[in-house]
Design a protein around this ligand. Structure first.
Ligand code: FE2
Ligand code: FE2
Length: 191
């Protein structure tokens, strides 16, 4: 089978061994651990798959490991959306699009959150706009997907553990296939 979902799985299988920007895990390990924490939390399928795919924009953008150190923000949360839009509904797309905003939000409203972040995540925060101001935080909190994005953020922040055993990429792509949008059928021309 060769479709966009298969292409996406191949992207992780082929390029997922890249280091996850300045952390101790690869992009693939980070994706699997994020999905695993979502699964253990009893999150719905949409959020498990959002957790799996939340950083696909790094792979699509071809982020280099030292980009952050060089002051480059690849805007991966936005890069991911056009690629994923044909495949998933808004309940998958929105938490992905908002996962960087969720970090900026949590830094604004939870005084101890910033200190809990990894060094790389603290460094990228500045490039991503820093903590939200009050107006930005109020707008974020009003989003119907704010809670899902915050939950995704908590899985994301934990998913940096060396050698953690998780279910496989196949396991999660089976779940992804179950909630992906039906392939668009070719238009039937009258005969
Ligand atoms: Fe991210
Ligand atoms: Fe991440």
């Amino acid at each position: 089978m060769h479709d966009s979902l298969a292409d996406l799985q191949a992207l992780y299988a082929q390029q997922g061994d890249q280091q996850y920007g300045g952390e101790a895990v690869s992009q693939l390990e980070h994706a699997l651990q994020s999905a695993w924490f979502a699964e253990q939390d009893g999150a719905p399928d949409s959020l498990v798959i959002a957790a799996l795919l939340h950083d696909v924009g790094h792979l699509l953008a071809g982020q280099h490991d030292d980009d952050i150190a060089h002051g480059i923000d690849d805007r991966h949360e936005a890069v991911a959306i056009p690629a994923l839009k044909p495949l998933f509904a808004e309940d998958v797309l929105a938490p992905i699009a908002l996962h960087v905003a969720a970090k900026r939000y949590l830094c604004a409203v939870q005084p101890d959150y910033f200190a809990s972040l990894s060094l790389a995540s603290r460094q990228s925060l500045a490039l991503q706009g820093g903590p939200m101001n009050a107006a930005e935080a109020a707008r974020f909190a009003a989003s119907p997907y704010a809670q899902a994005a915050i939950a995704l953020r908590t899985y994301d922040d934990r998913a940096k553990i060396e050698n953690l055993a998780t279910p496989t990429l196949d396991h999660y792509f089976l779940r992804a296939r179950a909630i992906s949008l039906p392939a668009r059928a070719p238009r039937q021309e009258p005969v």
